[in-house]
Write a protein that binds this ligand. Structure first.
Ligand code: THU
Length: 133
């Protein structure tokens, strides 16, 4: 169970991060905030590129920041976008997040709505380290 105060903190951090998004091509700005078991919060925004495939999603940017800070256990993720409905993370982000946080709780926000997801529900039967053996 993720506390209400945690979600409020993550929502605020993700909204701030979204304001820094670099999305001149899609104009679809996304912010993400990831809470580690230590309590620290790491944010990311989408970073697009003229070579579109080089784009990094907000969720993976937040994941990279957490890992670079030495975190390995991640507990909750907030996503903020300007879509008409709260967005789930894309397929690539689901796979990236499952590597380190298969049981991650996710709350996605728009300006006036929110939806909860569980990573396990979004990516059942994930390919993982065990699959390599
Ligand atoms: N994007 C994210 O940052 N996160 C998602 O969950 C979905 C998509 C970004 C990638 C691209 O910059 C823009 O949103 C449109 O796909």
């Amino acid at each position: 169970m993720t506390a209400r105060s945690t979600w409020e903190e993550l929502e605020q951090a993700a909204r701030r991060a979204r304001s820094q998004a670099y999305a001149p091509y899609s104009r679809f700005t996304v912010g993400a905030a990831l809470k580690a078991k230590s309590g620290a919060v790491f944010v990311g925004c989408n970073v697009e590129n003229a070579s579109y495939g080089a784009t990094i999603c907000a969720e993976r940017a937040a994941l990279a920041a957490a890992i670079a800070a030495g975190e390995r256990e991640l507990v909750a993720l907030a996503i903020v976008s300007g879509a008409s409905d709260p967005i789930p993370p894309c397929g690539i982000c689901r796979q990236s997040l499952a590597e380190l946080a298969p049981e991650l709780s996710i709350r996605s926000f728009t300006d006036d709505a929110q939806t909860d997801f569980e990573l396990q529900g979004l990516l059942p039967s994930a390919f993982g380290a065990k699959s390599l053996t």
